[in-house]
Each structure stands twice: as structure tokens, then as C-alpha cells.
Design a protein around this ligand. Structure first.
Ligand SMILES: Nc1ncnc2c1ncn2[C@@H]1O[C@H](COP(=O)(O)OP(=O)(O)O)[C@@H](O)[C@H]1O
Ligand SMILES: [Mg+2]
Length: 601
């Protein structure tokens, strides 16, 4: 078997409207063209043994085991490659199910189509599926190590391309509101909506986020000054740049216990809290100095750590964060308990997953030493042992939803703080013993204000109610009644596409709107030529849909582009098929007028 060609479809296409993401592979079965699976001794057993989970594929029989029964009865290799490619992706954490296999006019050459979630993984799965089937046919065997390698590579593709949990939540919310979205080619930016109505997000920074506010928020000392002047309770503190300023600073904030942290750090890096000796303060200074030039010396406020999420001036969720910890079971050592905790599938590296794996670091040793513990200490049943000082999720902390517990005064205060700093989406860190009471009453403080706050602690808390916090972000970007789409008119047909497109664009221009249109002789916005050439494919259409000035899109859509990668849009307002004639048949396996009609339809 040999792959002749592989194409990646990215939009509604000849094979499916609802499954836009498809790999189309042209496969030459060569000597297997006349040998269905029932005529390949041992092939069925080898396949079922190598990929036992294929039992879950229904296929045309329409029941569990349906596909494998077809392999036993006899089916051709193209069909088998289709199912293997789907199963390899599914086993690597990308569940996909749609597939088609069709013969071509060339004997033994098939079009094999299967769904993908990640393009590179899809293309890899095509090659791996052929490699696996070829090996089973030739040797009756496929090395376990090779299969594991395939799955590991596929998983890497998935992880590399995965949207962060916050971005993922926002695009899912957009889909639920039928707002089109597309990933821009740089800086993990997402475009929501089309044309002049588009908005952009980069995680939880939006096109409405003020850079002044972001700059201010990332300067902890600047933020405290602004909030202090606004009468907001913030930690008493100062900033030092040299070690010999440390002692005086400690006295200035009223002595121990103190906190030492980097001036512009984040994710809990370089922070030491609850310091009670000069020796530890000095070590903490060095640790903070590794992260930033300025070092904050602050009074340490006892209490629990809370994150209040404010969107468009309203508190939408509150999470209490608990630092990374383990709970004793009376037998296991602390090290074993960490291992057990990290086996939780929700725990991953960095910010990719809902929770982050617990890593042992400098602060862990300090905390254990303070208790006279080591990693070999066995904790008594139910005993809690904290492994990190700060409660950041990015250092293995967990979150408890407290949205319904926060005191109305604290709600008002946090909404005022977000406005004072000027952030449309703000994550406010509050340390207080009791969030159900006004923080002023219980000596609570606002520790910092975060721009681009993570959403995972609210979307998927370890305890309490999950909050759909992406919803208010979408409502802020697209206020009720505000369109997210511009009218899209798509025109195809064998003849007359360009004329009709120009005519339609001309008519819309009379309304005074900015019309963007693609034709066989160029992309135009208004009267201006953006790009000359045969621009009737999906990329050209994207130029129009991504342009922030365009109010109406008129897209000449030729067969070539549809065949090559599908349509550039999930749906359009008006679809025009002018005519279908026997023109250039045979290209792209479009052999008949019916095929052509199906494609243009
Ligand atoms: N002055 C303080 N008193 C008590 N806890 C503090 C203080 N400063 C920081 N913390 C704790 O450390 C965590 C991280 O500090 P923060 O200033 O938010 O830095 P980062 O930007 O790294 O998140 C806070 O969420 C809080 O739990
Ligand atoms: Mg913080």
C-alpha cells in the first residue's frame, strides 16, 4: 500500500458539512487491491490483537464490533486504514469518528477520508495507519513499542496545539452562542466574529482590555499605591533593591511575620510568606531577586487565599485557593502521597491542564523542615501537610468555589477595584480569614490585581459548583443584540461566478457599506484591490472575513478551493449555485456532473 497524496480539509466540504476537519488521503492499495481482509490469513486476528479497542467501532452493521466483523467477513484495506487512523487518534486523546472510503476510476486507488481534531496529528495518523496495516499484512505483527511511539507522537501533537483551558472555555462559549471563531496565526490569538464585528482574545486579554490597566496591574507596588489612595485595604509594605535595605524595610512594615516577593513576578514564583527570622528573610530576598530586580517586603496577613473574578465591572465567580498539600493515610510517606496526588489525570504540566502537578521545591523543604518532617515522613491519617506556601494553581494548589459565600461589601469592593485599575477582566487576590465578612472587619487585604486571570479554577473547581465564566466574557464582547457576523454571500457555479460576484458587490455598495469580495482576478475591499490573482479559495475568503472594516462579504467560491480544503466559513447567509456543466471533469476525482453538482451544492 502507498499513499499518493494527503490533503487537509478545514471547512464544510464535499464529504461532510458537519465534519469540517477531515484528512483526505489518496491511497494506492497496489497488490492488496484484489485481496480483501478475509483472504489475508491471520490479518483479522493480528489487527484485533494490535488494536483491541476497534471493537467499539460500529461501522455499517450499526452495532459494537460491527467493523471487526466486516474485517472478518472481508473488506478492502482502504476501509481498514480509515478505521485505524480514527482509532489511533482516539487512543491519543482526540476522539474522532467520521470516516468515508471510496474507490476512484483508477483500479486499486481509493479516497480514504477520516476526521481529525489536530491537523498534524491527523496527517501523522494517516501515515501511521498505513504503516501499521502494511506491517500486519507483511509480518502479521506490529511492534508494541512502535504503536506506543505512534500514540506518544500523536499525544505530543495534541498537547502542542491544545488551546489553554481559559481560551478553550471562551471558544466553546462562542460556539454555544453560534459566534464564529478562528485561530490567528500568531500569539495564541483568537478572532471571535467576522469582519467589522470581530473581537479578539488572547486567553483572557480582550480587544477591550486597556494596555494602561495591564501595565498597572503587573506592577504590584503601583497597584497598591493606586488602591491605597482609593481607600482599599492593601498590605503594608515597601520595595527594596539592595540587601542592606532589608532590615530597615522589615522594621518599616512593623516587623515579623513578613512576606518577601518579586515586584513584577507571577504564578507564585519567588515568593516566601510567613517569615519570622532575618535568616529566612535574607534567603527569601535572594529567591525574589532571581525573579525581578525590585523586591517587595510586606506584612504577612493570616488568612485564606481567594481569587475574585470580575468581568465587565461585575463579580462573576469567587474561588478559595488551597496551597499544594497532601493528606496522610497513616501508611504512606509524604513522597508517596505526592506521587498518588499527581496520578490524578486532571494534573498536568504548567497551565495546560485543569490542575498542575505538585513539584517539590525550595519552599517545600522549608515548610517540611519547619515541621521537622522529610519526604520520608509518614503522615497520620487525615493529617494535612502543605507543600507550597502560596495557593497558586500553577504550583499545584486546588480551588474551592465560594461564589455564593462572598459578602456583598466585598463584591462591591472588588467591582470598584477592577474599575479603579481599569481592567475589563480582572482577577483580584484577596487574603482574608472569612470571605463571608467585609474584609475590613477581619483585617483582610487585597494582595494584587491580575490582568489575564486564569479561568480554570472557576470552570473546574476541585470542590463546589463549576461556573461558566466564559459566558459573561462573551456577553461583554458581544452585548445582547450586537451582531458577531457580517452577511456572507457565497457564489459558485461553472460559469458567471465573477460577473455575479461583482454585480452583487456593486449592489451592496449602494447601501454605503464596506463590501469585501473575492473573484478570479483579485480580492477587493470597497474599490481597493487588496491582492491580484485567482483568489477564489478559502484563504482569500479568510482575508475578507478577518478584515476589521468589512461589513458585507461576497465570496466567489470555486471548485478548486472547496476540493483542496473546504469552505472558509461554517455557514453563509446566501448560497448561490449559478449552473453546473460538464467542465474539467476528472480533476480531484470529480468524474461526473453529479459529483460536480454535489461539490458545488
Ligand atoms: N502580604 C501577604 N500576606 C499574606 N499572603 C500573601 C501576601 N502576599 C502574597 N500572599 C500569598 O501569596 C500568593 C501569591 O502572591 P501574589 O502577590 O498574588 O503573587 P503572584 O503574582 O505570584 O500570584 C497570594 O495569592 C497569597 O496567597
Ligand atoms: Mg496572585
Amino acid at each position: 500500500m502507498r499513499i499518493l497524496k494527503t490533503q487537509t480539509l478545514r471547512g464544510p466540504n464535499y464529504w461532510s458539512i458537519r465534519h469540517p476537519n477531515l484528512i483526505l488521503m489518496r491511497l494506492d492499495l497496489e497488490d492488496l487491491a484484489d485481496r480483501p481482509s478475509d483472504q489475508l490469513p491471520g490479518f483479522y486476528e493480528a489487527l484485533a490483537d494490535t488494536l483491541p479497542s476497534l471493537i467499539e467501532h460500529f461501522c455499517s452493521p450499526g452495532h459494537r464490533g460491527g467493523f471487526l466483523s466486516r474485517v472478518r467477513q472481508g473488506t478492502y484495506m482502504g476501509h481498514i486504514v480509515e478505521h485505524v487512523a480514527l482509532e489511533l487518534q482516539t487512543l491519543a486523546g482526540m476522539p474522532v469518528g467520521f470516516g468515508r472510503t471510496r474507490g476512484t476510476v483508477e483500479p486499486g486507488v481509493y479516497q480514504v477520508v477520516f476526521e481529525y481534531q489536530n491537523e498534524q496529528a491527523g496527517r501523522y495518523a494517516a501515515r501511521a495507519a498505513v504503516r501499521l496495516c502494511n506491517s500486519l499484512v507483511e509480518t502479521g505483527h506490529y511492534a508494541k513499542a512502535e504503536l506506543e511511539q505512534d500514540l506518544a507522537d500523536l499525544e505530543d501533537f495534541r498537547l502542542d496545539a491544545a488551546l489553554g483551558p481559559s481560551t478553550e472555555a471562551i471558544v466553546r462559549a462562542a460556539e454555544s452562542k453560534d459566534i464564529p471563531w478562528l485561530q490567528l496565526p500568531t500569539r495564541a490569538m483568537i478572532q471571535l466574529g467576522y469582519g467589522r464585528y470581530q473581537q479578539r482574545v488572547q486567553a483572557t486579554l480582550s480587544s477591550k482590555t486597556s494596555i494602561l490597566a495591564v501595565e498597572l496591574a503587573s506592577d504590584k507596588e503601583g497597584t497598591k499605591q493606586i488602591l491605597r489612595d482609593a481607600g482599599v485595604p492593601v498590605p503594608r509594605g515597601t520595595v527594596v533593591y539592595y540587601l542592606d535595605e532589608l532590615e530597615e524595610a522589615i522594621n518599616a512594615v512593623g516587623g515579623y511575620p513578613i512576606v518577601v516577593k518579586p515586584l513584577d513576578g507571577n504564578h507564585g514564583r519567588g515568593i516566601t510568606i510567613d517569615i519570622n527570622t532575618y535568616k529566612v528573610a535574607e534567603e527569601a530576598y535572594e529567591a525574589a531577586k532571581d525573579v525581578s530586580n525590585g523586591v517587595i517586603i510586606e506584612r504577612f496577613y493570616r488568612g485564606r487565599d481567594h481569587r475574585v473574578l470580575v468581568v465587565d465591572g461585575r463579580v462573576v465567580a469567587v474561588a478559595e485557593r488551597v496551597p499544594a498539600h497532601v493528606v496522610g493515610d497513616g501508611q504512606s510517606t509524604i513522597e508517596q502521597l505526592i506521587e498518588i496526588t499527581n496520578q490524578d489525570p486532571r494534573r498536568g504540566e504548567g497551565h495546560d491542564n485543569l490542575l498542575t502537578r505538585i513539584e517539590v521545591d525550595r519552599t517545600t523543604w522549608q515548610l517540611l523542615e519547619r515541621k521537622g518532617y522529610t519526604l520520608d515522613t509518614v503522615l497520620s491519617k487525615g493529617e494535612v501537610c502543605y507543600l507550597r506556601a502560596t495557593a497558586n494553581l500553577s504550583t499545584g494548589g486546588i480551588a474551592i468555589d465560594r461564589t455564593d459565600d462572598i459578602h456583598p461589601d466585598n463584591v462591591w469592593l472588588c467591582q470598584r477595584i477592577a474599575k479603579t485599575i481599569g481592567l475589563d477582566i480582572a482577577g483580584i487576590d484577596v487574603v482574608t480569614t472569612d470571605i463571608t465578612k467585609p474584609i475590613r472587619q477581619v483585617d483582610g487585604v487585597i494582595v494584587e490585581v491580575n490582568a489575564a486571570p486564569g479561568l480554570r479554577m472557576h470552570i473546574c473547581p476541585s470542590q463546589g459548583i463549576a461556573r461558566n465564566v466564559a459566558e459573561p466574557i462573551l456577553a461583554m464582547l458581544f452585548a445582547p443584540g450586537t451582531p458577531a457576523r457580517i452577511p456572507v454571500i457565497a457564489i459558485t457555479g461553472t460559469n458567471g461566478k465573477t460577473t455575479t460576484t461583482r454585480l452583487t458587490a456593486h449592489i451592496f455598495r449602494q447601501t454605503g457599506q464596506v463590501v469585501g469580495y473575492t473573484t478570479t482576478d483579485g480580492i477587493y475591499i470597497g474599490d481597493n484591490l487588496v491582492e491580484p490573482g485567482d483568489t477564489t479559495g478559502p484563504q482569500s475568503a479568510q482575508v475578507i472575513l478577518q478584515d476589521p472594516t468589512v461589513e458585507v462579504a461576497v465570496l466567489e467560491t470555486a471548485r478548486g478551493g472547496i476540493l483542496r480544503s473546504g469552505l472558509a466559513f461554517k455557514d453563509c447567509d446566501i448560497g448561490v449555485v449559478l449552473n453546473v456543466a460538464a467542465d474539467h471533469l476528472g480533476l480531484g476525482d470529480i468524474e461526473t456532473v453529479d459529483d460536480l453538482a454535489h461539490l458545488k451544492a
